[in-house]
Design a protein around this ligand. Structure first.
Ligand SMILES: [Zn+2]
Length: 78
């Protein structure tokens, strides 16, 4: 169920941080969109632990891809 109505991609399997080399449990879902690849409503999801949340937000923000960060508990699970 898509509780937020965000059109975010479902998150499958273990909720592990998306940062390279990090195996920490994810606590945040970063919703982003690349307008060159995705329709405007589409939301890709990266997962982040507390340590990497800011780093990943800045990475996406620098490319104007970042849209929103939500607690991982609010993501749509597959
Ligand atoms: Zn991490």
């Amino acid at each position: 169920m898509d509780v937020l109505g965000l059109g975010a991609d479902p998150v499958a399997g273990e909720l592990i941080c998306s940062a390279k080399g990090c195996r920490a449990e994810a606590r945040w879902g970063l919703l982003w969109n690349n307008p060159r690849l995705h329709t405007p409503e589409r939301r890709k999801v990266w997962l982040a632990c507390d340590d990497h949340r800011t780093h990943l937000e800045q990475f996406l923000g620098a490319r104007s891809f970042w849209k929103q960060t939500v607690p991982v508990t609010e993501l749509d699970h597959e």
